[in-house]
Design a protein around this ligand. Sequence first.
Ligand code: PML
Length: 237
Amino acid sequence: MRAAEDGRHISGAENIVPATQLGRLAHQMVERALCHPKGEPGSITISVDRVDPAAVRRVKALPVVDMGTRDTRHARHVVVELLEKHTPHAQQVWEHLIRVRTMRGAMLVDADTAARLEPDLQRGVRVSRMGEADTDAAAADVGTVRDVPLKSAAREAIVLATKVLSHPDIIAEVCISDDPDYTTGYVADDGGYHRIPNIKRRGSHRGGRAFLCRSDDVDGLITYLESAPVLVEGIGE
Ligand code: PML
């Protein structure tokens, strides 16, 4: 699902489900798009692609680690400290991230040089074809329509981060939501999905994702992130 207003991206969501659940899922996604905190969209697009069940890889969800950061200064310190385990350019990765505006996809950053590796710097890398294996648990978590955006944001981010980290060339991901009301971000790495409250000030439209990698096959890595179907199991277990 993609929701937009005057060509401006408002929200998006996706999942991998059996055909019998498509109606329910489409209904939930439309309701969610209609009450997103970034505003009511002028257009909502739902698209459906057939996926070969034999091609779907199942991976265990990253464990969630709550970092309990006090304010934006503390949050920035924690992000940089986590990234420093993986790159000498942690500060530069943070700078890349806070400068980005209106980028739908993610930045792909070389851990050794801090160079951006995406072929199209404006488009970025759009991670797609992922979902939560236990769709009954996901549906139960959805709750009332008003709760949907907040409740599902973390779950969907865990699904995305787990897919991203399931590629051996990815070392870490850092994310700031571009939703002005959503101030919890995360750093995902081999230690888990680190939730970071106060990663930005409320009301800020800043936001984006950066994937830190070491790769001899950037094209293959991008193909995996954008096209390989992955189901994530056991969120929060
Ligand atoms: C997004 O807007 O896509 C990012 C959501 C980040 C969720 C962070 C969390 O609450 O764990």
